[in-house]
Write a protein that binds this ligand. Structure first.
Ligand code: ASP
Length: 439
């Protein structure tokens, strides 16, 4: 039998009704053996996630304030779920232990992690699965980075003889035994780690959307769902701000070539988005997606006969390195070189940076232009379809928008376009419209 790892996000486990949906999904396929659970999320838009309530409790305790009321609200969330599910089960002992730990100034990560811990206990009970604590299977090095070697060894051994288990997301153990969490949204990472540890055939990530969208729905009306995307394309889009899951969750499964399927707990019949190592399936829209971000600046350096000077680029980039500024793109001309960087990375050092480039590269002029937005047009379909760039540029030109920069990745699966920030939305809509239909 194949093994599937399924992770349910906070909104998928926010109350008893959501628990029932999740359980129906899990029980629909016996291959869904390992379940990774988040803490209860929001039930409605103004609701507060249990993780945030726990952080509040921690803050109160560290200011030596009373946590009675704040902690009672957390208990009520869990007790509500237990009662509505009709479970003969009590977390009272756990509540007492956690409460005491908070009052005795337990670490922040320990406190935050209890959201997943308690929710997973309820889910395990409801499903009749074994509760396996992430504390005994996920490990960090003492510098706080993830310890893959120890984790995979321990987790594989831990789950080897457990047929069906619920594992809390978001946290693991430090070498000294204390609890450490991943960054926010980190249950996605736990899911990926578990999938890799048990050599899962697929990692299903159940959330509240029917997959990743081809464009940001705040900018494009009703964008299409991406059916299939490669890890590489996902990285390109995610870098530009398209989010569907925690960025760090891609690495463990990518290395093991395990596909990820983003699914919707509230609409389980939707196929969602498949994230795969490689794909030969043609992309009907040619592009897989488009995403962008504002807040970039271009540093333009001019120097006569720059083209004949060996090492010019190194000198310019060396200055950026000295200032700790990472660069995004470096379009060049015969006697000019531009370096695109994020505006926030140079705000405090603009003048000094210009001065150093002048000096080190012996430049004729150095100027910085802010207010640039970058848009990434991403898609493996571009390699086999001629005229992709032309289509995008014509659509942008037809809206009377000036393109400030163009860069095509050497893998031919992305084209980056720089436009004025004011033109950002219109340019993105134009590109989407050119490939998918008018936005
Ligand atoms: N509960 C944690 C958070 O809210 C982790 C997660 O849900 O993935 O960030």
């Amino acid at each position: 039998m194949q093994t599937k790892v399924v992770k349910f996000g906070g909104s998928s486990l926010a109350d008893a009704a959501q628990f029932r949906k999740a359980a129906a999904i899990i029980k629909a396929e016996p291959e869904r053996r390992y379940v990774v659970a988040s803490a209860p999320g929001k039930r409605f838009s103004d609701d507060i996630k249990v993780t945030d309530m726990l952080y509040d409790c921690f803050d109160l305790a560290s200011k030596k304030e009373n946590i009675d009321e704040a902690f009672a609200k957390i208990e009520a969330r869990y007790n509500g779920i237990i009662a509505d599910l009709g479970l003969d089960f009590s977390l009272d002992k756990e509540f007492r232990k956690i409460r005491m730990a908070i009052e005795h100034h337990a670490g922040q990560d320990y406190v935050a992690s209890r959201g997943e811990y308690l929710n997973s206990m309820i889910l395990a009970k409801f499903l009749g699965f074994t509760f396996v604590d992430a504390e005994s299977g996920i490990f960090f090095h003492s510098n706080g980075t993830f310890d893959d070697k120890q984790t995979y060894k321990a987790l594989s051994a831990l789950l080897e003889d457990v047929e069906y288990a619920v594992i809390p997301g978001f946290y693991g153990s430090m070498p000294n035994g204390t609890i450490k969490t991943f960054s926010r949204g980190g249950s996605d990472v736990t899911g990926a780690i578990v999938a890799r540890a048990v050599h899962a055939s697929i990692y299903e990530n159940w959330t509240d959307v029917s997959g990743m969208l081809m464009a940001d729905p705040r900018l494009v009306e009703n964008p299409k769902v991406i059916e299939e995307i490669t890890y590489r394309e996902l990285r390109e889009l995610a870098y530009m701000g398209a989010t569907v899951m925690h960025e760090e969750a891609i690495f463990p499964v990518r290395e093991a070539c395990i596909p990820i399927n983003i699914r919707n707990t509230n609409s389980p019949a939707d196929p969602g988005t498949m994230i795969v190592p490689k794909s030969d399936r043609p992309v009907p829209t040619v592009i897989t997606g488009v995403a962008g971000r504002k807040g970039f600046s271009s540093i333009t350096i001019e120097k006569d006969r720059m083209n004949t000077e060996v090492g010019f680029g190194r000198k310019v980039l060396g200055v950026l390195e000295d200032f700790g500024v990472s660069f995004e793109h470096t379009p060049t001309g015969i006697d000019t070189m531009s370096v695109v960087v994020s505006t926030s990375s140079i705000t405090d050092c603009k003048e000094a940076l210009i001065g150093r480039i002048f000096r080190d590269a012996n430049a004729d002029s150095v100027t910085i232009d802010d207010n640039m937005a970058l848009i990434a047009i991403v898609g493996r379909g571009m390699v086999s379809n001629k005229g992709t760039a032309g289509r995008a540029f014509t659509a942008i030109a037809n809206r009377n928008i000036n393109i400030r920069m163009i860069d095509q990745g050497s893998g031919e699966n992305n084209i980056i376009v720089g436009v004025d920030e004011d033109d950002y939305t219109a340019a993105l809509q134009a590109i989407y419209g050119a490939f998918v239909g008018e936005a």
